[in-house]
Design a protein around this ligand. Structure first.
Ligand code: 1CP
Length: 371
């Protein structure tokens, strides 16, 4: 099914552009705040809706996806500065022909065990045919947001998706992923490259449908040595960025900012910041703002990086952590510049919604520009 390209003129004007300005490296009156995995998980209204729908039904039904995306925006209105589309990174392996179940974590009953299994993957994935529902969800959500905050689209990074595709689900040891890397480096690179093409098309489709920024989640990047990150994970990430920018430019669309979250790959931050491929680098909690600013030298905007588990610290604990992180990013300046406030990884399921609210209130308080 062909999809019409949506432009800003098709939607209500954006009333809060803090996120977009910060992603461009500009000064903002306070740091834009959003939280990875802010939809779903810990929200009672999500759990209520999940009782009557499977996880993938929620992703594949645009009205449900839009509703779930909007839940945190409604609950934290005035405190939260971005929406992220309700979906999952594993829709890409599905589009490539693999079965993915949520039981409750991801389970792929027929993983790619050896290079010969790559023949089972769809060649030339038709993105509109397979993932058109994501694009419909984006358009519907952007309409329903009525310009309140920008909408972020996303995908998983090739290495992270590769690990699910060969392991058959989540893993603590990465035994199969590493076997591939060391036994079949050429085929690993080939598979990563094929995944990158689908990721790029997914991101392009999301922007055509109305997404105003995109994030690539490389949740398992830190499992790699810096050498293997550079050799295997980085080339397909660069490919996503260049395909994303060139395909959108060819359509007459200005490519929106790309956020890369390469969790655990802090020793590659300098390289990533110099690559020119990413507008924002999202940081995990294992690096200080001061260090990250020096390493990235103002070449990119930064996102992060409170410890996600500070949300279990009670009011005082949360406030202290937010204060610390804000002081680190703002430094000697009067206010934030090129900084998007976030956690260093996703919010976890047992967090109380009121603690998340307090966290956002603290971000607003401690990141506001001083006269
Ligand atoms: O039962 C349920 O409802 C499943 C819980 C759930 C949810 C709410 C999963 C299963 N995925 C999601 C949605 C999701 N996933 C979003 C959008 C909504 C939101 O804001 O939460 C996003 C951005 C993701 C991204 C995602 N999925 C990542 C990258 C970010 C990260 O946390 O590192 C990863 C690794 C996944 C895989 C995945 N999907 C679901 C689970 C439980 C997992 C992780 C499993 C594992 O640790 O291997």
């Amino acid at each position: 099914m062909p999809y019409e390209v949506k432009t800003d003129a098709d939607f209500a004007p954006l009333r809060n552009d803090l996120l977009i300005r910060a992603a461009r490296g500009e000064e903002t009156e306070r740091a834009p705040a959003w939280v990875m995995r802010q939809a779903g998980r810990y929200l009672p209204e999500f759990m209520e809706l999940r009782k009557s729908h499977t996880f993938f039904e929620c992703c594949q039904t645009p009205a449900l996806s839009a509703e779930l995306t909007l839940q945190p925006i409604r609950r934290y209105s005035g405190l939260i500065d971005a929406a992220i589309i309700f979906c999952d990174i594993l829709v890409v392996p599905q589009a490539m022909g693999l079965v993915v179940e949520m039981t409750p974590g991801p389970y792929l009953p027929e993983p790619i065990n050896t290079p010969a299994d790559m023949d089972r993957l769809t060649k030339d994935v038709d993105i509109n045919e397979t993932l058109g529902y994501v694009f419909e969800a984006i358009t519907l959500t952007r309409q329903q947001l009525k310009g309140e905050v920008p909408l972020i689209g996303f995908c998983g990074a090739p290495f992270t998706l590769f690990s699910y595709m060969v392991e058959g689900g989540g893993t603590k040891t990465f035994q199969k992923s590493k076997s591939w890397l060391f036994k079949w480096p050429k085929e690993t690179a080939e598979l990563l490259d094929r995944i990158a093409v689908v990721c790029a098309d997914l991101l392009v489709g999301q922007v055509k449908a109305g997404a105003q920024m995109v994030q690539i989640f490389d949740s398992w990047a830190g499992e790699l040595t810096p050498y293997h990150f550079t050799t295997f994970a980085l080339p397909p990430l660069l490919k996503i960025s260049s395909l994303f920018r060139s395909k959108l430019t060819a359509l007459g669309i200005t490519p929106p900012p790309i956020i890369l979250f390469a969790k655990g790959a802090n020793s590659s931050l300098e390289l990533l910041s110099k690559s020119g491929a990413f507008d924002v680098l999202a940081l995990d909690w294992c690096i200080t703002a001061e260090e990250a600013k020096v390493i990235t030298g103002g070449r990119v905007a930064l996102q992060g990086n409170a410890d996600p588990l500070c949300l279990y610290g009670g009011k005082e604990g949360i406030e202290e952590e937010v204060k610390r992180v804000c002081a680190g990013f703002i430094g000697e300046g009067k206010g934030p510049k090129g900084w998007i406030s976030n956690l260093g990884h996703g919010i976890t399921p047992q967090v109380l919604p009121e603690d998340m609210k307090w966290y956002l209130e603290c971000v607003k308080k401690y990141s506001s520009r001083k006269e």
